[in-house]
Structure formats: structure tokens, C-alpha cells
Design a protein around this ligand. Structure first.
Ligand code: TNX
Length: 541
């Protein structure tokens, strides 16, 4: 690391000024199979300056210091203490007090001023005698903690490891995200995912500074949330899944608990009820939602496009209103996703009229409507969000909708659908959009993806994980990692700092940490995964 390290001698203010113009570039040479990267932080921060001097050592005397009167900073300090401490008795003390932080402390405060680091940004300075994390807002502190976590050795992730000094390299970081929407979607409809598995996924999103969890809560094969005014949706519509398993659903308390768990990690939950298609589970639960008044049987296959709500009936809009109202009341975030994809049973006019009526319902409950890119055909109100998913069709309609004021979230299936196979030998997953290896997921730029759209219309990026072939958390992790780490970097890091060859080396350094966390990641041959032994040798880095 010596050649690339630069001693840092200027003030923090100068560092911030540097951060906004000069970004850390990729190393000149692609790394060999076991070369260690300069650091292993993913997503790459906006500005990193390593100091060749001594770093900080976290040991049993280390205190985490927060100024009094900032309960959010205190909460995040306790979260950091829990990450470091192998058990509650051995976690570093969190000291809340007035005055300057004592030497030997890790200090957290939201007193950073100036525009550089924004709502989610932070500065992190590690010297031999202290670690100083500053942000304007709590979210920035949380992301700074994730960076500090990745600078700590991977032993820190073993919850029962014997306490040992943990070394952090001397470094100055000033960092802020590129895009506001950095998302992941879980399809809990095709195969149900229990609350604990979703929480585990949320924790893994947080580690990568992702901030949206889109939950695909209904589809032909299952309805996954209790709606009190339409109880059979969950009890009947939620009673199976692809392949005929028992399915399941979240009670309203469980859903609220998930939303709160995400919010505590600065992740906004985006609920999706897919309509008017992908609705067989609802149609099977209530005959009156069908135009012929006959409920179809439950469905456990994987076809798409065959179901639709009866768009001419008032009952349908009463149903939509009830569902949107109940879920919106449980969801503090500003979004409600209405699906809107793959409708083959309606005319284009019927479809557009339906989406426009649903848009009114969603706005009447105080939410911004989000929908898959087919909704671009409708007259969208400013503030609506279009989620692009089709690789190359219909982009003209999307571009025009963006020009009229819609925002775009990019989820191109041939780049970042996490349910596409990595290669033809991958056992899980589908191939309809092609096979997407890690480099495909990484090597693209959301700002130049759609010609004719102003960069300001791009709200961000989201990686969906459809679950036709994904049955449990191990499968989820195998399809998501490492590609989700690539998506996190596409969404967070400055375009001009990103390089595939440098990313793959830095990613390789995650292997010991991911192993410690028990992540069932795919050992992609594109990555020089660092053997665990390299981190452990002498306890030194
Ligand atoms: C398309 S993407 C779908 C989903 C499938 C997925 C499988 C989208 C809006 N619709 O219903 O699960 O492909 O990759």
C-alpha cells in the first residue's frame, strides 16, 4: 500500500474541498490474484486518503463518545458498540457527555457544517489517538459507521471471537452518495420469506449503504400481508407459493416491525401490491374481484400475464382503496408501488385508465406512486416514479414521461436482475434477460444509460430479486452476492472513480468478512477472493 498512500497534512476543510473535485482514481495495474487492495471499503467512498502512519487500535479501553442531547447519535454509537463488542459485557463503553471527546475515543457527532457531505454524507478521520466521525444528519453517521466497520479487520464480525485489539488504518475519508435511491427488491410472493430472513437481508443492505427495500408483497402465487378489511387475501391468498409449499404472510404487526427495523438502518420500505395483473392470489380469495364473479383456483406455477382485476367494477377500486389505505398507514416512507407490469388481458386504453385511477387513490393517501415501466403510458402526476426494467423495449415512452416530470429508478433486467443466472452453469435463477455476471452488473453508468433523459431525472438504481427459483435465505444470498455489492457501488460511488479492475480486487478483500457473516456468496471466478488466512496472519494488515 506504501506507493499509493499519501500522508495527509492539510486541514479537514481542505480535505472536503479536495473531495468535491479530485477523486481517488483506480490503481494503475489490475491486481493479481492475492494482491491486497489499499482498503476494502464497498461502495468506494468519494474521497479516501490513506496515511502511512500508525492507525488506531480499538482495545478494551476504547470509549465511544457522543455529545449529550443527540439521541440518534447515541443510538448509532450503541449500534457501533454492538458491532465491535463480541458480547454486551465486552462491547466498548458508550459515553454521553458534554465537552470535547477524550483522547483514545471514537467520537460521533452531527455537528458537521457545509454543503459537501449532504444529508447522507460523512467525514471519517482515523489517527493514532482517535477516530472522529462527523455528519450533518444521523444517516451520515450510520454510513460512516459502515465504512469504519469495513476498515476494521473481519474478526469484528465474529460475535463470539475472543476479545483482541482491532487495528484501523490511518485514513481521512469524505464521502456522500451519488444517487438518492439505492434499492433492493425482494419478491416474497413467489416464495415467502419469513421476517427473520428479511431482517437478515436488511442488515446486509445496510452494510452496503443501500437505503430502499422494495417488498413485492403480492403476485399470482401469493398475497403476503394481512389486510383487515379483506382478511381472506392473506389467509387464503397467502396459503401457498411457487411449487405448492405452504406460503405465509406478514401480520400487520410483523410488517410494521420490518418497516421499523429497516428505518432504524436508514432504509425506507417501499411496499408493492402488483395490479391489475399478477393478481391471481387476490382473485382466488374474493370472487367479486373477477368480472365473471368466479374465483379461480390458487396458482403455484410460474407463468405471467394471465390474471387481471376487473377494471370496470367499483368493487375493484374500493378494494384498491382499502389495501392502499391500510398499507400506507403502516408505512412511514413516501412511496407506494402499484406494480402495473405484464398485463396481457386488457386493452392499452383499459390499462391506462386503471393506472390513472389508482394513481388518484395512491395520492389521496399521501403517497407517491411507483410502478414498473409500463406505467409510463399513463398520464403521470409529477412526483411519480417509473421503475425501468425491460432491457430495451419501450424506452421512448419512458424518456417522454421523464421529460414530463416523472423520476426514474433503473433496474435493467440484463444488468442487475439478481434472479438472472451468473452463467449457464448457475443452478438457481432464470435466463430470459440473459446471464449477468458480476462485471455486467458493475460496468455501466446510470447517468448515460438512457439518452435524452436529464441526469436529474434519475432517482437511482434498484436490484430486484425475483423468487420463482429462490426458496430460502441461502438462495437469496447466493443470487444477491456479490452482484448486490456491485449495484451498491454503481448507486453510491462517483462515476469517475469507479473501475472494474480495482473493484474486483477490493471486492475480493470482502471474502473473509462475508465468510465471518455467514453470507452464502457465489465465489465468482471474476474475483480474486482473498483467502481468510491472509487477514489472520499475525493479526496484521
Ligand atoms: C418479469 S420484472 C417480471 C416478474 C418476474 C421476473 C422474472 C417484472 C416487472 N415482471 O413477474 O418474476 O420477470 O425475472
Amino acid at each position: 500500500m506504501g506507493a499509493r498512500a499519501r500522508r495527509f497534512s492539510t486541514s479537514l476543510l481542505a480535505a472536503l474541498a479536495v473531495a468535491s473535485c479530485a477523486r481517488v482514481g483506480p490503481p494503475a495495474e489490475p491486481a493479481g490474484p492475492t494482491e491486497r487492495p489499499v482498503h476494502g471499503v464497498i461502495p468506494l467512498p468519494s474521497s479516501v486518503q490513506l496515511d502511512p502512519g500508525d492507525g488506531f487500535t480499538v482495545d478494551s479501553a476504547t470509549v465511544i463518545f457522543v455529545p449529550s442531547g443527540d439521541p440518534e447519535a447515541e443510538r448509532i454509537a450503541r449500534y457501533l458498540s454492538g458491532l465491535i463488542g463480541p458480547s454486551p459485557e465486552r462491547a466498548p463503553e458508550v459515553r454521553v457527555a458534554a465537552g470535547p471527546p477524550p483522547p483514545g475515543s471514537i467520537s460521533l457527532a452531527t455537528d458537521l457544517r457545509g454543503p459537501v457531505v449532504g444529508e447522507e454524507g460523512y467525514t471519517l478521520v482515523v489517527t493514532a489517538d482517535r477516530i472522529t466521525l462527523r455528519a450533518q444528519r444521523p444517516a451520515g453517521l450510520f454510513y460512516g459507521v459502515q465504512t469504519l466497520r469495513q476498515l476494521l479487520p473481519p474478526e469484528v464480525e465474529y460475535t463470539a471471537a475472543y476479545p483482541r485489539p482491532l487495528r484501523v488504518p490511518a485514513v481521512r475519508i469524505a464521502d456522500q452518495p451519488r444517487f438518492a435511491w439505492r434499492g433492493a427488491m425482494l419478491d416474497v410472493a413467489r416464495h415467502f420469506a419469513p421476517v427473520e430472513d428479511v431482517k437478515r437481508y436488511i442488515d446486509l443492505l445496510a452494510l452496503h449503504k443501500l437505503n430502499r427495500l422494495h417488498l413485492h408483497l403480492s403476485d399470482d402465487q401469493g398475497w403476503r400481508i394481512d389486510i383487515r378489511s379483506w382478511p381472506d387475501l392473506a389467509t387464503h391468498g397467502g396459503s401457498t407459493e411457487v411449487g405448492g409449499g405452504p406460503g405465509g404472510y406478514y401480520t400487520q404487526e410483523q410488517y410494521a416491525d420490518l418497516v421499523a427495523y429497516a428505518r432504524d438502518r436508514f432504509i425506507v420500505a417501499v411496499p408493492e401490491i402488483d395490479m391489475p395483473g399478477h393478481t391471481n392470489a387476490a382473485l382466488a380469495s374474493y370472487p367479486e374481484l373477477n368480472c365473471d364473479g368466479i374465483a379461480p383456483p390458487l396458482y403455484t406455477g410460474t407463468e405471467v400475464g394471465f390474471s387481471t382485476l376487473c377494471v370496470h367494477s367499483d368493487t375493484t377500486y374500493r378494494f384498491v382503496d382499502d389495501v392502499v389505505r391500510e398499507i400506507s398507514a403502516l408505512t412511514p416512507g413516501p412511496y407506494f408501488h402499484v406494480g402495473g407490469d405484464e398485463v396481457e388481458e386488457l386493452t392499452p386504453e383499459e390499462y391506462v385508465r386503471f393506472i390513472e385511477r389508482v394513481q388518484e387513490i395512491v395520492t389521496s393517501h399521501g403517497k407517491r406512486m411507483v410502478g414498473w415501466d409500463e406505467i409510463a403510458a399513463a398520464d403521470l402526476t409529477p412526483g411519480a416514479v417509473i421503475q425501468l426494467w425491460r432491457p430495451d423495449t419501450a424506452h421512448i415512452e419512458i424518456i417522454e414521461a421523464a421529460r414530463r416530470g416523472a423520476s426514474l429508478v433503473l433496474s435493467p433486467a440484463d444488468r442487475i436482475y439478481l434472479d438472472m443466472k451468473y452463467d449457464s452453469a448457475t443452478v438457481l435463477g432464470l435466463t430470459w434477460a440473459g446471464v449477468t455476471d458480476l462485471r455486467r452488473a458493475y460496468d455501466w453508468d446510470p447517468a448515460t444509460f438512457l439518452r435524452g433523459v436529464a441526469p436529474s431525472a434519475i432517482l437511482g438504481v434498484e436490484a430486484p430479486l425475483w423468487a420463482e427459483t429462490v426458496g430460502n435465505i441461502r438462495d437469496i444470498e447466493h443470487m444477491a452476492f456479490p452482484r448486490l455489492a456491485a449495484v451498491a457501488e454503481v448507486a453510491w460511488s462517483p462515476a469517475e472513480s469507479r473501475s472494474w479492475s480495482e473493484f474486483r480486487t477490493r471486492l475480493g478483500a470482502q471474502a473473509p468478512r462475508w465468510s465471518a457473516l455467514g453470507i452464502n456468496f457465489y465465489r465468482s471466478p471474476e474475483v480474486p477472493w482473498l483467502p481468510e488466512a491472509l487477514w489472520w496472519r499475525g493479526g496484521e494488515r
